[in-house]
Design a protein around this ligand. Structure first.
Ligand SMILES: NC(=O)c1ccc[n+]([C@@H]2O[C@H](COP(=O)([O-])OP(=O)(O)OC[C@H]3O[C@@H](n4cnc5c(N)ncnc54)[C@H](OP(=O)(O)O)[C@@H]3O)[C@@H](O)[C@H]2O)c1
Length: 293
């Protein structure tokens, strides 16, 4: 397939693109820095503007967006988080509508934040939440609606916390935990729904390759409390984790963004299971042992 990817230079993309290349797909990478992207993926065609996209596109994987946990969320940052996903995706949808026929399949980025940051366990049939992250995910998903209407098969990737040692949350936690400075956040009861990066990539390829699959898919392998995650990571790096970061401290320093650390919920991957995908890493201890090795 000729596959258009946005956000392919990020943590997830750097795992996904080599797999797509190994499967002999032709890749077109939309990026803010084509020179840098070409160094990472010399075989991909790298473009910085939508009007440089020409010819047939069989599939789209839409992941681009400012890092949700990179900086505290003031109003300016919230706008950047939205524009880098929603405005970028709108440009993409317009361009895809101008060139030949619409892609057969679209894997649209999203996150489990879709359901809102706290409450009981949820599956794909539950409604969107009301907080900032939930609205961001719901609006990001809605942008590709014209492609659904035009006949593309669209899968929404409602992604949990992706565990890898070279990016995302785990990379940030590894050094403090290795120094014995790890600890629970707030009361430690908030749930964390996680997926190993290898499972994320394998699940995405599964969705790409199965013509009958569409709609929302929760990409999570399991859910544990923050306290359980803290203990598991401390075990994996063979260090104690006695520290405790009080909720008030995180609220003062991170503002609204503290909800990413202090809230969370169990998100059940009902559709992924039904689709026949079987998760490679179901045990958090196994996943962490594999990643910190
Ligand atoms: N990692 C997780 O645990 C996780 C969980 C849930 C959802 N997600 C979502 O999945 C997507 C990929 O995650 P990731 O961890 O790979 O993210 P990442 O490492 O932060 O990479 C995101 C990519 O998006 C592009 N980007 C960033 N800011 C941009 C901007 N202002 N305008 C246009 N493009 C921009 C960048 O590509 P260029 O520099 O090449 O332009 C960057 O490489 C993200 O949208 C993220 O929100 C991730």
């Amino acid at each position: 397939m000729r596959i258009l990817i946005t956000g392919g230079t990020g943590f997830i993309g750097r795992h996904l693109l080599p797999r797509l290349q190994a499967d002999h797909h032709e890749l077109v990478l939309f990026t803010r820095d084509a020179q840098r992207a070409r160094r990472l993926f010399p075989m991909a065609q790298c473009i910085e503007r939508w009007h440089d996209l020409h010819g047939r596109v069989d599939a789209v994987i839409n992941l681009a967006g400012e890092g949700i946990a990179d900086r505290p969320w003031n109003e300016k940052r919230k706008q950047q988080l939205r524009d880098s996903r929603i405005a970028l995706s709108q440009g993409m949808v317009i361009r895809l509508g101008q060139i030949q026929q619409v892609p057969a399949v679209v894997l649209q980025g999203s996150a489990i934040g879709y359901y809102g940051s706290s409450g009981p366990a949820v599956s794909e049939s539950d409604a969107a939440g009301q907080d900032f992250a939930a609205r961001l995910c719901a609006d990001w998903e809605a942008v590709v609606q014209p492609l659904v209407a035009a006949g593309s098969r669209v899968c929404y990737l409602r992604t949990g916390v992706v565990l890898g040692n070279d990016g995302g949350m785990l990379k940030r936690m590894l050094l403090p935990f290795r120094l014995g400075l790890g600890g629970r956040l707030g009361n430690g009861q908030q749930m964390l729904s996680w997926i190993h990066i290898e499972d994320w990539v394998a699940a995405a390829l599964h969705l790409l390759g199965h013509d009958q699959l569409d709609g929302p898919f929760n990409l999570s392998a399991g859910a544990v409390s923050n306290a359980q995650f803290t203990k598991a990571l401390a075990r994996a790096v063979h260090r104690p984790a006695f520290m405790h970061v009080p909720a008030a401290f995180l609220r003062i320093f991170l503002g609204d963004m503290s909800q990413l650390l202090l809230k969370g919920r169990e998100v059940v991957p009902v559709h992924l299971k039904k689709s026949g995908y079987s998760v490679l890493f179901t045990s958090l201890d196994d996943a962490l042992a594999h990643l910190v090795r």
